[in-house]
Design a protein. Structure first.
Length: 346
């Protein structure tokens, strides 16, 4: 890690209430308490990899807000850019699936503190001076006009300061419709450099069409048709993502992919899948993003290494409790070596 490193993430950190012992929500009489949220999870994971991370958000000035701050600080995340105000913290309830029964999430975040956030609550020049990375996700964009206004200011400031911007689509139908999300995603795509996205995100949300007669192709073939158009249209550096196969709620496999386009020449890779048992699935995508970011910070021109690092970070995250990966680089690299994840398939 370089001393001048400064990774900024912006989003909501929530109180997580999860059922113990795989109980359903309507049968439990107690909940286990934790904190988490997409961009906060990325900041935590990168801090455990040795990076200097900062989290931007708004939290209530009460014990719940204090608890979220304590959580972040305990994992090495700098919270100086978390402003305080309003009265409510976002909450989500997690019912952990087992066997053939999938997990369920119920959100209670409509009037949380971050929905009252304002641009003038932040010193933008201080935040982005010396910044080396900025990360954002679509979940944050779903939280209302005020949040979107602050997020838009953030990506504009990052661009002004020549800070690389990564964006995880993370579309959640429980938070907004495709019709509501589409113009917002398209607006933010004009600013981002690295995207975590699926074929669905490109084809349905961004409305990038398949060529005629390609509707019956495999998912991998559809990506190869649509992603180059997406990269070219929005001048992206890379697209990353994962393929998940669900055997049961506690038995999945993941493979990782990346796409880049240079001088109209497409380069892409799909890794061999890793099959694993699940202890806690929440935050697996955030762990993937953090691993990819770590890999790109180590060598921006080596996406093959970054996607493997992200994949292995995500698999390991599924084995620990909580929203965020707390794996060190040594843990991740030992796991990569042990499972021989250097193989690539087409």
């Amino acid at each position: 890690m370089k001393n001048e490193e400064k990774i900024i993430t912006f989003g909501e950190i929530m109180l997580r209430l999860s059922t113990p012992d795989y109980a359903t929500i309507n049968q439990t009489h107690s909940f286990m308490v934790n904190y988490g949220g997409g961009e906060a999870n990325v900041a935590v994971a990168l801090a455990h990899m040795g990076h200097k991370t900062y989290f931007m958000s708004k939290l209530p000035p009460n014990q719940l807000g204090d608890g979220a701050i304590t959580h972040l600080l305990s994992h090495g995340v700098d919270t100086r850019y978390v402003v305080r105000g309003s009265t409510t913290i976002g909450i989500y309830f997690l019912e952990t699936g087992f066997g053939g029964r999938p997990s369920k999430v119920i959100y209670n975040r409509k009037h949380s503190a971050i929905t009252r956030i304002q641009e003038d609550e932040f010193d933008w020049e201080e935040i982005f001076t010396g910044a080396t990375w900025f990360h954002l996700s679509g979940i944050t964009l779903a939280l209302g006009d005020r949040v979107r206004q602050v997020a838009l200011r953030a990506v504009k400031e990052a661009k002004k300061h020549n800070v690389p911007i990564s964006f995880d689509f993370n579309y959640r139908s429980k938070l907004w419709t495709i019709e509501e999300a589409r113009p917002v995603y398209k607006q933010f795509m004009d600013y981002v450099d690295i995207v975590f996205a699926s074929f669905y995100d490109a084809n349905t949300i961004l409305e990038i069409p398949l060529d005629e007669g390609m509707e019956n192709l495999t998912l991998s073939e559809k990506r190869r048709n649509v992603f180059p158009k997406m990269i070219k249209k929005y001048n992206l550096h890379y697209i990353f993502g994962t393929d998940r196969v669900v055997y049961t709620a506690t038995d999945n496999s993941l493979a990782g992919y990346y796409f880049k386009l240079r001088d109209d020449e497409l380069s892409w890779e799909l890794t061999e899948p890793i099959r694993f048992n699940i202890y806690d699935r929440i935050g697996g995508g955030d762990a993937f993003a953090s691993g990819v970011i770590h890999g790109l910070l180590k060598d921006y021109n080596n996406p093959a290494y970054a996607v493997r690092y992200g994949l292995n970070t995500s698999v390991l995250k599924h084995t620990i409790y909580g929203d965020a990966s707390t794996m060190s680089c040594e843990d991740i690299e030992n796991f990569m070596a042990a499972n021989g994840s250097a193989e690539v398939v087409r």
